[in-house]
Structure formats: C-alpha cells, structure tokens
Design a protein around this ligand. Structure first.
Ligand code: ZN
Length: 494
C-alpha cells in the first residue's frame, strides 16, 4: 500500500478526489443558478428482476471474484444517499411484470401486466420520454436486453402488447436520441417479417448506427446513436467474460452508459437517461445464481460510471432501483450452525457459463454426461440420484416436484444446485416484494422511504419543472376488461 486513499475510501469519507476525477461530496448544497426544486438531468437505473436479497449477495460475490465489494454498498455508506423502497404493484396484480412496472414510472398510471403505457380501455398514455423531449431535453435508453424490450419501452413507447417489439422499434425515432442495447432483429429488414428497413430510417433521420463495441469505446460522439450489438438480448455477463469473440463485439453496460453520458451531457437543456441491467431478471427466471450475480456486478459497474458523472454536479438526480423481485434467491443456512454457508456460496465463483449455454455442452443426455457437464461448467459435483432426475427431465420425464413453479428443467436444476451452493428459490417467476430504491443528487429527498411506483413519474416531472397529467383507471373499473384478454403464447423473457 502506498498510503493513498483508494477511490472507494474517498467515496466513503466523502472527500474530493485526485487523479483527474473530481469526486465532490454528495452533500453539496443546492447552489448557483438552479432554480429551487429544479433538476436538469435524471438518470434512472433499473436492475430488472433484482430481488431484495441480490444486492447483498452481489456485494459478497464481488469480494470473492474481484476482490472488492459492490459500489452500490459503498455508495450507501454516504449519509447523503437515500435508501427506500418502491411499491411496484400493477393494475391487475400484486406481482408486476416489467412493462407495467416501467410504464408506472414512465406515465404515472398503473396498467395491466404485458401492456405498455395504455389503459385497459385502449386509452394511450403519454410516456415521460415524449414529455421531456418536447421540453427540449434529450433522452437516452441503454439496456442489456433488446432495446425494444419492456423496461426501455415503458419510458418511450405506447403498445397494447409488449411482445409486439417490431411495432415498438420505430417509436423511438425523434423521441430517443441515444439508444444502445440488443435487438437488431427488430430493425434489420432481413430479420423483420415486414422487411421494413428501420436502420435506414433511423440513419436518414440523423442517427449514427453502431453495431460493434469498438465504436462505443472510441472517441466518437455523434449527436444521435442507434447502437444494436446483438440479434436479441446481449449475452449474459458470465458468458461475455468467457468469450474473446463476445468481448470484442459486445460492449458492457458500463461502457454503453459512459458513452450515453458523454453524448447526452452536451444537451443544452439537460437529459433523461434510463439504464437497465435487464438480464438479472432472465437469470432469476432460470434460477441461475451465478449468472444473476455476474450481471448484477455489471450493473454495479454502471452505477460507478454514473456516480463519476453525477457526484460533482448539483443539477442531476440519480435513481437506482429494480422493477420487481424474481424468484427471490437467498443464501440459506447450510450445515451445523450454518458454518457451511460460506463454502457453499463460494462455489458460485466456479461457474463458467450461464444455464443458457449448458445445452450446448450436453451432446449426450445420459446421467453420466449430465454429471460431467455440471462439474465441468458449474464446478459442482451432483450425486447419482440428482443426475438421474436431470437426465429424466431432459428426456421430458419430469420427476415429481410439488412446487409447480419448479416442475421444469431450470427449476429442478435450481433445486439440485441449492444443495451445493446454498441458494434457495421461491419459484421461477416475479415476486411482489417492495424493491430497493436508492437516490442521490438533486431532488433525492423525494425518493426516500416507501414510494408508490406511479409517484415517480410526477416527482420526476416536478423536479424537472414540467407538468403533465395522464389518465388512470381504478382496479375496480379495470376488472371488467380482464375477461377478454388472450393468453400470451410464450414467456416474455424468452
Ligand atoms: Zn421477468
């Protein structure tokens, strides 16, 4: 040690930084020209499907695999950073999905799960991106999912079915200035059923099209960007880290966030930026603990980038939250006096791929082969009986499982691995828990304690000095529309 403070220590102590980074204390009082209560920029960060237990696991996981805990936890050591909760219920359920969740922040109205900024009677709501854009600000959406997916769409699009992503793709034109994520398939004419060339439409309207990581980390700063780095969602971080090709091709969430801030910070009237770590949710649906934690750390890196931008300003509000829990992973007490829990948790660091890539390694589906692949790829030696059960499930003969949410391959694998890594799960779907809500910067005091999801919309507009009222519908009134709804054909996260 050379005796100097690390950035983390400075952050904890709230002292100004060295080495070119001005890390001012967050407590900077509202000063200079900003009118009282007015905020110029809002950065809204969402770790999608991040259950309440995930941040604490990620902090420990970070220490294990990178020798440092999470930046989010460090941030919370500062008394000027608030920690509260969002109540994220939707119009038709205590358990929300991502489109109604993002729409509740994006329009101030609770709507049905699966819809985007539209009431059950078809009334279109005005999303926040359109409002702030009309006020002369710029807008950015950055995500690790398809850019047309539920969470980004909830800030900028209006659509009856969230799965109609081909319809959502053109809606960002002229509304969102910086778009970065996955989802080429909804823009490329050779991949869209209607052959419409959205890449050309965007470039004709002044967007620079990017599809490689090197463009994101270059010195280029076009005014408008359509950055699409994968056909569908960006790969899980754990798979990204283990592939030289993916590392070359696909930027990280932190890299995209940094570039978005470089571009948007030139906006003369400020900006609204949403940053989504979208695949935390997908890993949770799959009960894939290692994939969750690696993606949560990638989200954490993006928090650090945002902090570096916002901490020395007095005109920027940063909100860090999630839209709902998912399968609620938690580290159980393992062994006598729980003394095996730590050793179990440490096994998560041995995983070399997400569950998404496991089938690639399973050429043969015998119990021996399954056992070998799980040992090779996840670092865990399951027993013979467990291997038999998985091999049966792979052959579509599901062993009896009483929790029906777990009566599928992922649920069974999650249950079996929990015997070794200690991570237990409530199911394979979203949960109703209040979600973490951290805020810092100008206007943070509006976001402490328990906040109803829809209030975020009105609080953000008020802080930006804007106003707009969207219509709402009561749960009683909405009930009559429920019986006419068709069932979706496939899960939204696929
Ligand atoms: Zn989900």
């Amino acid at each position: 040690m050379d005796g100097r403070f690390t950035r983390r220590e400075m952050l904890r102590l709230g002292v100004a930084g060295v080495a070119g980074l001005a890390l001012a204390p967050l407590s900077t009082p509202q000063r200079r020209s900003r009118r009282r209560g007015q905020v110029r920029n809002i950065i809204f960060m969402v770790a999608d499907g991040m259950s309440a237990g995930v941040p604490s696991l990620a902090d420990e996981f970070g220490k294990l695999v990178r020798g440092k805990g999470s930046f989010w936890h460090q941030l919370l050591q500062n008394p000027e950073v608030t920690l509260g909760f969002f109540d994220m219920a939707s119009l038709d359920s205590l358990v929300t999905d991502s489109s109604s969740a993002s729409s509740s922040w994006g329009s101030g109205s609770r709507i049905f799960n699966g819809w985007v900024n539209m009431l059950p009677d078809g009334t279109r709501l005005t999303p926040i991106a359109q409002i702030v854009k009309a006020a002369g600000k710029q807008v950015g959406l950055v995500t690790t999912t398809r850019i047309t997916h539920a969470t980004p769409a909830g800030f900028a699009a209006v659509q009856r079915r969230r799965d109609d992503e081909d319809e959502i793709a053109p809606q960002y034109l002229e509304v969102v200035d910086v778009l970065m994520g996955g989802g080429i398939r909804h823009f490329d004419p050779s991949l869209r059923p209607d052959k419409r060339d959205l890449i050309r439409e965007y470039t004709h309207r002044g967007y620079t099209f990017w599809n490689r990581r090197e463009q994101v980390i270059s010195r280029e700063r076009p005014d408008k960007v359509l950055g699409l780095f994968y056909n569908s969602h960006l790969p899980f971080t754990i798979d990204h880290l283990n592939s030289e090709e993916l590392k070359r091709q696909v930027p990280t969430l932190a890299e995209m966030t940094r570039k978005a801030l470089e571009i948007l910070s030139r906006s003369p009237n400020g900006f609204l930026l949403q940053v989504e770590g979208g695949r935390v949710d997908h890993a949770a649906h799959a009960n894939d603990a290692a994939a969750i934690l690696w993606d949560q750390l990638a989200f954490d890196d993006a928090i650090e980038v945002v902090y570096d931008f916002a901490a020395h300003r007095d005109d920027t509000l940063v909100i860090i939250t999630s839209d709902h829990g998912n399968s609620n992973p938690g580290l159980n007490g393992m062994g006598t006096e729980y003394r095996q829990s730590n050793a179990c948790f440490e096994r998560l660091a041995l995983a070399k791929c997400s569950f998404e890539l496991l089938p690639r390694h399973l050429q043969q589906r015998t119990p021996d082969a399954v056992r070998e692949v799980i040992k090779e790829q996840l670092g865990i030696e399951i027993n013979r009986e467990e291997a038999d059960a998985l091999a049966s499930a792979l052959a579509n003969r599901m062993p009896p499982i009483w929790n029906r949410q777990h009566a599928n391959l992922n649920g069974l694998l999650g249950e079996i691995l929990s015997n070794y890594n200690g991570i237990g799960w409530t199911g394979t779907s979203h949960t109703a828990d209040y979600v973490w809500l951290t805020a810092f910067g100008a206007g943070r005091e509006e976001f402490h304690g328990l906040v109803r999801n829809t209030d975020a919309f009105y609080k953000m507009l008020k802080l930006l000095g804007l106003s707009h009222k969207n219509p709402t519908m009561s749960p009683q009134e909405a009930r009559k529309y429920l019986s006419h709804l068709p069932e979706p054909t496939q899960p939204h996260w696929a």
